[in-house]
Design a protein around this ligand. Structure first.
Ligand SMILES: Cc1cc2nc3c(=O)[nH]c(=O)nc-3n(C[C@H](O)[C@H](O)[C@H](O)COP(=O)(O)O)c2cc1C
Length: 233
């Protein structure tokens, strides 16, 4: 642990640089992030716009000794219920369009190649995927909830909140991974954190400092041109 080491604060980033620099990080150093920094960022992100200014997001932070106990609880829960609890919505459209399928497959190819996992090795993929529920080793995590009465427009608002949070984390020299996989265990997470049943868990965010020794932290995912005519090919 090198939590006592103080670093000079990072130089401010332009929005464009923060967008460029932000990537999903899936392996973290054992180095705590002060709770007050995350609280400040969570509050700053609430300047995100929302339809009717409903501000439909609800946020909980987990870290410190609570995190250790929570990871132990999740390990046990995954053993008991490996196939997920009831979900607030399906992860993906069914069926995906051909373009969506192509992008999703390419994303998996890039990630599993970096991890050295054969894409046909389902046991290895499953074992690696379970790391989601340990926040990929991050010292801090944030959970994002919506009221159960949310329409797709409040989900849209939550997405804007999430990206605001991710960019602010980047500005503060922190790395993160947004994780919709947490929606698979909303009941357990809500129970552990004492969250009202009127809320549904949509997403978690692992937060910390990237471990550069892990090749999966060095992948650069691709983007298609949003203005291209043949985006559905
Ligand atoms: C809403 C949302 C949910 C995501 N859920 C997961 C997840 O559960 N596990 C994971 O490893 N990555 C997750 N990701 C990360 C995506 O795979 C990643 O953003 C995408 O591959 C693009 O890569 P980049 O973030 O490095 O630019 C999620 C991203 C978003 C925006």
């Amino acid at each position: 642990m090198d939590g006592a080491v103080t670093k000079a604060p990072p130089a401010p980033l332009s929005v464009a640089s923060a967008l460029e620099r932000r990537v999903s990080v899936r392996a973290f150093l054992d180095r705590p992030v002060p709770r007050e920094i995350i609280e400040r960022i969570v509050r700053q992100a609430a300047r995100a716009p929302s339809g009717g200014n409903l501000q439909p997001w609800h946020v909980r932070i987990i870290d410190g000794s609570d995190m250790a106990a929570f990871k132990a609880l999740m390990d046990q829960r995954i053993r008991e219920a490996p196939d997920s609890e009831p979900m607030p919505a399906p992860f993906y459209p069914d069926p995906l369009t051909s373009a969506q399928l192509r992008r999703r497959q390419r994303n998996g190819e890039i990630l599993y190649a970096a991890l050295g996992i054969d894409r046909t090795d389902m046991a290895a993929r499953r074992a690696w995927n379970a790391l989601n529920f340990r926040f990929f080793g991050a010292p801090s995590g944030v959970f994002l909830f919506l009221d159960r009465n949310a329409t797709p427009f409040q989900w849209l608002d939550l997405g804007i909140y999430l990206q605001s949070l991710l960019l602010l984390l980047a500005e503060n020299g922190l790395e993160a991974c947004p994780q919709a996989d947490w929606a698979m265990y909303g009941e357990t997470v809500s129970g552990a954190l004492g969250v009202d049943q009127a809320l549904m868990l949509v997403c978690g965010v692992a937060i910390g400092h990237a471990d550069p020794a892990h090749p999966e932290n060095h992948i650069r995912t691709e983007r298609d041109d949003p203005l291209a005519q043949e985006r559905n090919g």
